[in-house]
Design a protein around this ligand. Structure first.
Ligand code: SF4
Length: 167
């Protein structure tokens, strides 16, 4: 029995909305160090982020829904990162790429933020220094899964603690 025999397909509006959102992510790359170079390779032809519908990299927060923080973040940069995140329209998601963004990495010093979750809520962390391009693709897929399956994703994943940061 072919699809042509059915005059209509039924679904839910929120399912269509989630499907559309998950397959048309517009990333904003907040690249501050070497991880940003690795991210560039993901956008290039070999790994081809375009296959996941997320190739339209914007450098305008008002046109983006996926903030990808790639690199070390200093306390001087922290207010800028926070402002960019605040300017992004809802719904929005955040990927922390690499140990520097996720925990400060080996820059355990006075000027480095020890994890961007002190500044913005993070949805997915990527381990590594730098993470392999495959890991970045997996993070994008995790975000897509989270968006497309709001009912099956554990509620705890949506309880992102609002960070507190004194500028
Ligand atoms: S995690 Fe490694 S590759 Fe990424 S910004 Fe830090 S030092 Fe560079």
């Amino acid at each position: 029995m072919g699809i042509e025999e059915f005059p209509a397909i039924t679904t839910r509006l929120d399912a269509v909305q989630a499907w559309g959102r998950s397959n048309s992510l517009w990333p904003l790359a907040f690249g501050t160090a070497c991880c940003a170079i690795e991210f560039m390779s993901v956008a290039a032809s070999v790994f081809d982020l375009s296959r996941f519908g997320a190739e339209l990299i914007r450098f305008s927060p008002r046109q983006s829904d996926l903030l990808l923080v790639a690199g070390t973040v200093t306390f001087k940069q922290a207010p800028i990162l926070r402002q960019i995140w605040e300017q992004m329209p809802d719904p929005k998601w955040v990927i922390s790429m690499g140990v520097c963004a996720s925990s400060g990495g080996f820059y355990n010093n006075y000027c480095t933020v020890q994890g961007i979750d002190q500044i913005v809520p993070v949805d997915v962390y990527i381990a590594g220094c730098p993470p392999r391009p495959e890991a970045i693709l997996e993070a994008v897929m995790k975000i897509q899964h989270k968006i497309a399956n709001p009912r099956t994703t554990p509620a705890s994943q949506f309880l992102v603690k609002e960070p507190h940061f004194d500028y």
